[in-house]
Design a protein around this ligand. Sequence first.
Ligand SMILES: Nc1ncnc2c1ncn2[C@@H]1O[C@H](COP(=O)(O)OP(=O)(O)OP(=O)(O)O)[C@@H](O)[C@H]1O
Length: 255
Amino acid sequence: MIEINNVDLVYEDNHYQVKALEKVSLSVGQGDSCAVIGPSGCGKTTLLFLLAGLLRPTRGQVMIAGKELLGPRRNTALILQDYGLLPWKTVWKNAVLGLEIRGRLSRTQQAKVMTILKELGLAEFIHHYPAQLSGGQRQRLAIARALALEPDLLLMDEPLSALDALTREKLQETILDIWCRRNLTMVLVTHNIEEAVFLGRKIIIFSPRPGRVIKVIENPEAGNSHYRHQVEFYQTCSLIRSLLKESNGDRVPRE
Ligand SMILES: Nc1ncnc2c1ncn2[C@@H]1O[C@H](COP(=O)(O)OP(=O)(O)OP(=O)(O)O)[C@@H](O)[C@H]1O
């Protein structure tokens, strides 16, 4: 589904040049999930923007579904850190916004959106405004709006970072459930090691800027809702913690 080949991304104008990504290559299969983790400023959001077609690589190539990506594609949904909800629109209007923009809000589509809102526990709030929702509900609304577009690729930038620990765990389970049932390909950027291990079948670890892939961890148990309580879960978290510390130049005690 996703192939990134030897990509560099340099931000530049007349006054500055910032190399955000260097020689990044990775692949994510159709229907798979991938978590990207790395220190602040290492280029994780930049990578999502490349996958969304909002940025073009300075060097190298991004392929999605077998084609080189030259701009945004219809079947990719992107959820940003601040959720991107419009405060003056109700929950319903926010949920159908993408469909309205595309002129695709038929009765069938409306019924589908209602089903998604029900699944995400938002059906009784459709006349509320974002300010009247909790952080977790706002996040679920952002997910509902993305799913309304029936994407085959879901990109999420730190989707749960603003939430308390328990709400965060619940929503991780919701995301897992959505991913399992919809055959979506999912790429999630996070700072949180446990979240990466719970949600990413593949975990990509980035170096400090310019972001390079320092390790790809295959994590086949992700997707199992009991994984959090298994020994392998803690072992994988501990491995990632060591790799992040090492790449940051910290000394890691050998076990
Ligand atoms: N539009 C831009 N112009 C210039 N530099 C930019 C631009 N956007 C990002 N950068 C720089 O590129 C680097 C990577 O930024 P990016 O936002 O991708 O990192 P990140 O890993 O997502 O960070 P964080 O984890 O803090 O959200 C940073 O040094 C940032 O300052």
